[in-house]
Design a protein around this ligand. Structure first.
Ligand code: NAI
Length: 296
């Protein structure tokens, strides 16, 4: 098996934090990228942000001005799902919800070619379950990137029960062609990284609710003394509390309510308040215009 050839069309469905990062990486690697989102303004923002990122990379000498220009030219918006009919690979990075993902893949299956690979960037939902309603479940695979996509090398390539070995191998090789470090994993709840990471966040929430320390103190302890790159609260602010809460609920449910994965009511409250982290300007910390002060 080999990677999909350069210049193949990669459709990225969902143009939020992850979709934008995936599009940036794929276009920089020579692939033609179509970006879709139910909110057209998310596509426009992603295209603008990616252009700025290429500009910065060119300034730093990490790509030439010509490469930045060429990569930008390989990106284009898709106004509807039918615009991605020529995709060789679709990477879905929409809301973390099984029913919504299933319905988007059902729509996609009706427009793409028979040999198009369908990949989901889900953090936690069963790849087997997402694929189950498709006419060709063997073509669906997990392609799980990490945030921020351009900086994080790891990609979990996740096989559900029906995923064909060829499809997983092509996605693995394609991730390598994009400069990533893929690993194969099976579709267990949370896969490898989120399975291990969930109790890290859960203990953070417990420490906070027991008033062992405030969020900034717990983060500092784990970062400075614990050797973690980020503490649990700053990391959840980066992920987005809405996304992170959905992932917690999904892993908790998938393990038949194993208490190790219990969501926190405080977590729910952050989502209720709209304190979603960096993307909303406020989570445990404030973001924008030089502010980074803890709120809890
Ligand atoms: P986000 O909230 O930044 O972006 C999601 C985008 O999907 C939004 O722009 C939204 O308008 C769009 N969308 C929602 N429903 C849609 C639909 N039916 N069709 C097309 N677009 C739709 O979320 P983020 O963080 O980019 O996460 C996306 C996916 O990636 C989720 O499955 C999440 O679990 C996964 N993921 C997230 C990571 C993170 O750190 N945030 C890390 C790895 C995976």
């Amino acid at each position: 098996m080999t990677a999909l050839p350069e210049n193949s069309v990669v459709a990225v469905i969902g143009s939020g934090a992850m979709g934008a990062g995936i599009a940036q990486v794929a276009a920089a690697a020579g692939y033609r990228v179509k970006l879709y989102d139910t909110r057209p303004e998310a596509v426009s923002k992603a295209l603008l942000d990616i252009g700025k990122m290429y500009g910065k990379l060119a300034e730093k000498g990490r790509m030439t001005a010509q490469q930045a220009q060429d990569a930008t030219a390989r990106l284009q918006p898709a106004a509807s799902l039918s615009d991605v009919a020529d995709a060789a690979l679709v990477v879905e990075a929409i809301v973390e919800n099984l029913d919504v993902k299933r319905s988007v893949f059902a729509e996609l299956e009706a427009v793409v070619s028979e040999d198009c690979i369908l990949a989901t960037n889900t953090s936690s939902i069963s790849v087997t379950a997402i694929a189950a309603k498709l006419r060709h479940p063997e073509r669906l695979v997990g392609m799980h990137f990490f945030n921020p996509v351009p900086l994080m090398a790891l990609v979990e390539v996740i096989s559900g029960l029906a995923t064909s070995a060829d499809v997983a191998a092509t996605v693995y090789d394609t991730a390598q062609a994009w400069g990533k470090m893929p690993v194969h994993a099976k579709s267990t709840p949370g896969f490898i990284v989120n399975r291990v990471a969930r109790p890290f966040y859960a203990e953070g929430w417990r420490l906070l609710s027991e008033q062992a320390g405030d969020a900034a103190t717990i983060d500092a302890v784990l970062r400075e003394a614990g050797g973690f790159r980020m503490g649990p609260f700053e990391l959840m602010d980066l992920i987005g509390h809405d996304v992170n809460f959905s992932v917690t609920q999904s892993v908790f449910g998938a393990y038949f309510n194993d208490p190790r994965f219990t969501p926190s009511v405080l977590q729910q409250e952050m989502v209720n308040a709209g304190f979603l982290g960096r993307k909303s300007g406020r989570g445990f910390y404030h973001y924008g215009e030089g502010a980074s002060a803890p709120v809890a």
